[in-house]
Design a protein. Structure first.
Lengths: 175, 81
C-alpha cells in the first residue's frame, strides 16, 4: 500500500534494490537474521522520516544502515542474541570444504569479530566500493579517521587470517 | 599482496551473501513496527499529559486548602452578643 508509506514506496524499493541492501546489511551485522533486522529498522526509519528526506530514499536508507551498524545497533538492540556460527547459517558451507571455502569462511568470521565501526568502514570501502571521502560523509567522520580505521581493520584481518592464507598457499603448491 | 587480500575479502563477502533473499513481508513488518511505535508514543504523550493535569489539579487543590478560608467567627463577636 504505497499511500500508507507516504512519499516512499517500500515495496518497489525492496523489489528493485532489496537484495543488494540486504547483502550489505548482512555484512554489516555478520549474520543473515541480524541483517534482516537491521534492514527492517532502516525501513522503519525511512517511513518515519520519509517526508523530510532530502534526496533519494535509497541513499537515506543506506546511510541509516551504515550508521546504525557503526553505532553498534545490535548491541543496543532489545533482542540481543548470540550470533550463530557462520558455517551453521550457510547452507552452502559443507563440512568437506575446499581450502578456498575455508578461507572465505574464516575471513567472514574475522570480519564479524571486528568492532562495529571498523567493520562498517571495511564493508563500505571494499563491498560498497565507496571512496574514503564518501565513506567519511556516510558515517559522519573525517577522511583521516576512515583511512586509519580501514588500515587498522585490514591489518588485523590479515594477521588473524595468516594461518588460512598460509594453508591455502601450501595447498596451491601441492596441487 | 594488499590487492590480493582485498580481492579475497570481496570474494568472501560475495560468497557469504550470495544466497540471501529479501524475506516476503519485510516491508509489512516495518510498517507494523512503525504503527506500533507511533501508538506507543501517542499513549506515552497522553499518559504524560494526564499526569501533568492530575499534578496541576492536586497542586491547585492543595493550594486552595492552604489559603486562608472565610474568617471564623471570633468569640464575643456578633453571634455571642
Amino acid at each position: 500500500v504505497p499511500d500508507a508509506d507516504g512519499p516512499v514506496d517500500l515495496d518497489r524499493l525492496l523489489a528493485e534494490r532489496g537484495q543488494q541492501l540486504l547483502r550489505t546489511a548482512v555484512l554489516l551485522t555478520g549474520s543473515r537474521q541480524d541483517g534482516e533486522d537491521l534492514l527492517q529498522a532502516g525501513l522503519e526509519r525511512l517511513l518515519r522520516h520519509g517526508r523530510r528526506i532530502d534526496g533519494s530514499p535509497e541513499g537515506y536508507l543506506r546511510r541509516t544502515l551504515y550508521n546504525l551498524a557503526a553505532d553498534g545497533w545490535r548491541r543496543q538492540g532489545l533482542r540481543r542474541r548470540k550470533l550463530p556460527l557462520i558455517a551453521a547459517s550457510q547452507p552452502t558451507a559443507e563440512p568437506d570444504l575446499t581450502a578456498a571455502v575455508d578461507l572465505r569462511d574464516a575471513l567472514i568470521r574475522i570480519l564479524r569479530a571486528l568492532p562495529p565501526q571498523q567493520r562498517a568502514v571495511i564493508v563500505l570501502r571494499y563491498w560498497e566500493q565507496l571512496t574514503e571521502a564518501e565513506t567519511a560523509a556516510a558515517l559522519g567522520c573525517s577522511e583521516g579517521n576512515v583511512k586509519s580505521t580501514a588500515s587498522r581493520g585490514l591489518s588485523r584481518m590479515r594477521g588473524l587470517a595468516a594461518p588460512w592464507l598460509t594453508a591455502e598457499t601450501e595447498l596451491r603448491k601441492t596441487t | 599482496v594488499s590487492d590480493d587480500f582485498e580481492e579475497l575479502l570481496l570474494d568472501s563477502m560475495s560468497w557469504f551473501t550470495s544466497a540471501v533473499q529479501v524475506p516476503a513481508g519485510l516491508a509489512s513488518r516495518a510498517r507494523r513496527q512503525r504503527r506500533r511505535r507511533r501508538v506507543a508514543a501517542r499513549a506515552a504523550i497522553a499518559a504524560g499529559t494526564a499526569a501533568v493535569s492530575a499534578a496541576a489539579v492536586i497542586a491547585v487543590t492543595a493550594g486552595a486548602g492552604d489559603a486562608p478560608g472565610p474568617r471564623a467567627s471570633q468569640p464575643g463577636s456578633r453571634r455571642g452578643a
